[in-house]
Design a binder for this molecule. Sequence first.
Ligand SMILES: [Zn+2]
Length: 264
Amino acid sequence: MPEIKRTRAREKQQDPNKPVTEELVVEDVVEVKPEEEVSVEVERGITVIEREWKPKTELGKLVASGEITNMDQALSSSRPLLESEIVDQLMPNLESALLTIGQSKGKFGGGKRSIWKQTQKKTKEGNKPKFATCVVVGNRDGFVGLGYGKAKETMPAREKAIKNAKLNLISVKRGCGSWECGCNEFHTIPFSVSGKCGSVKIKLKPAPKGTGILAESQVKLILELAGIQDIRSKAFGQTRTKINLVRACFDALKNITKTKVKSI
Ligand SMILES: [Zn+2]
C-alpha cells in the first residue's frame, strides 16, 4: 500500500534514529478504508456476476442438465458440493449477512465492532495488512451456511467468504421439541444440542411459540437465516471471540442432523 510507505518516509525525514511506531502505521491503514464504504456494501448484499457457467464436477453436471432440481437432492446425493454456482442455480432467493468478527479503532481505547478482522504481517518493505470476514447465507427456511474469507483487500475477502458459505450449506432439521408447546410445527429445534469451537461452547434448547430468539446478536443472525423462530441459548467460554462463537453455533446446528433419533 502506498499510504504506509509514505508515512514511513516522512518519519525518516523528521528523525532518522526514531523507530516507526505501531500506532502511526495502524492509523493510516484504517484511513485507507473509510466507514461509509463498508456500510454501503452491507446494504447491497450479494453481487451477482453474470458469467456462463461450465460445470466441472459430477454434481454440477447433474444440476446443469436438470436431473437434480432442489437442494435436498443435491445434499443427499453423496457427491461433494464443490461449485458455488450449484447453490446459485438451485436457491436463487438466498440471503446473506456479514458478521462482526473483528474490531476497528474506537475512541478512548476501546475497539469498535467491525465486520473486517484486520491483521498485519511485518516485512522488510513494511506492514502488510490482510482482511478477513465471516458471512452467513440462508433462505430463512431450513438452509444455512457459514463461510470465512481472507484476502489483501476487503472486497475479495468478502467474495471468498460468500463462496465458502455457499459451499458449507447445510440443511437444518426443525420441529417442536418444547414440552411447553407440543404443537408439532416447524418453529424451533427438535431437541437440545450443543456445539463447540475453541474454548467456546454453546447450548441450544427448544422453546415454545412466541419466545423469539434468545441469543447473542451474531448468533441470532445465523438462527434467523436458518429459519428458526423460537429458541433459547446459553454460551460458555471466551464468547467475545466472535468467530469462535459463530462457529460453535454452526457446529451445534450441524449436530442436529448428526444425532440419530430412534422413532418410537
Ligand atoms: Zn411448538
